[in-house]
Write a protein that binds this ligand. Structure first.
Ligand SMILES: O=C(O)CCC(=O)C(=O)O
Length: 264
């Protein structure tokens, strides 16, 4: 069965900078993936407790390199909850196998316009109850140092839980990718440079991407996106995979991560 991007999806990606495929993964698969990400969370907590890795403070926020991943802790003082971490697939075989799933990469391949793709990078967002908002930003400027093929990347976010405006779903500003790299917020410290100054952005109103668990949101590296606080009593977990043409090295881990031959 083909999972190629349809003409309608390609058009939405070109005009809006994103499109949604609702409910692609089944509940049984999501149960396994949620268990995998919670195992990873526990491993990271155990590693942090060994006290070997220094904590880095940036703009008053805590970061730590643990088990080959950069971990952003939830901003609340002393929290042991992970806000997000990257890369992550090297820590669990279920996540590693997902990279090869044609339901994910085939459409990304079409968006990139490559014959074959490999993984560029991946990220895991936990967004626990009361988890902090993620300010408006574009991903491409974040990768700009160290990547010379920003125009050949395509990302997808996989919701592991039902996502709504109330639990901090992703928000997109449709068409914002058409402006290329936008002015960055000047007044928000070191990381402010990675946040987009949306005050200067004319165009469409932001759109909440409310969708059931198992949905995929494909999005362009220049589309402005973010998320709000999770005001629900449950986690809103999500994985983000970014694909690139085959043969190129990963962003954070050594060497290329090709799609397994069996999946092609
Ligand atoms: O899932 C979210 O809260 C937004 C995350 C995001 O935009 C990112 O990780 O770059």
């Amino acid at each position: 069965m083909s999972h190629a991007a349809t003409p309608t999806e390609l058009e939405a990606y070109r005009k809006q900078g994103f499109f949604v495929r609702p409910g692609v993964l089944r509940e049984a698969e999501l149960v396994e993936l949620r268990a995998a990400v919670e195992r990873i969370h526990q491993c990271i907590n155990r590693e942090a407790e060994r006290g070997l890795a220094p904590i880095e403070w940036i703009d008053g926020r805590r970061y730590q390199d643990l088990l080959g991943s950069t971990v952003k802790w939830e901003w609340a003082e002393g929290s042991r909850e992970i806000r997000s971490m990257e890369p992550v697939h090297h820590l669990d075989s279920a996540l590693d196998a997902l990279i090869d799933d044609p339901r994910l990469w085939q459409a990304a391949r079409d968006l990139i316009g490559a014959e074959a793709v490999s993984l560029f990078t991946d990220k895991l967002n936990f967004k626990r109850p009361q988890g902090a908002p993620f300010p408006w930003h574009q991903d491409a400027p974040y990768w700009a140092f160290g990547c010379d093929h920003l125009d050949r990347l395509a990302s997808l976010q996989l919701y592991l839980d039902d996502a709504s405006a109330g639990n901090g779903c992703l928000w997109m500003i449709p068409g914002s990718h058409l402006h290329g790299a936008l002015p960055q917020a000047e007044d928000r410290g070191v990381l402010g440079k990675l946040y987009t100054d949306v005050e200067q952005l004319d165009g469409s109103a932001p759109l909440p991407i409310e969708a059931p668990a198992g949905s995929l949101i494909y999005f362009h590296g220049d589309v402005v996106h973010g998320s709000r606080r999770n005001r629900s009593p449950h986690s809103r977990r999500a994985l983000v995979f970014t694909y690139q043409p085959a043969g190129l090295p990963q962003w954070r881990l050594d060497g290329p991560r090709p799609i397994s031959a069996a999946a092609r």
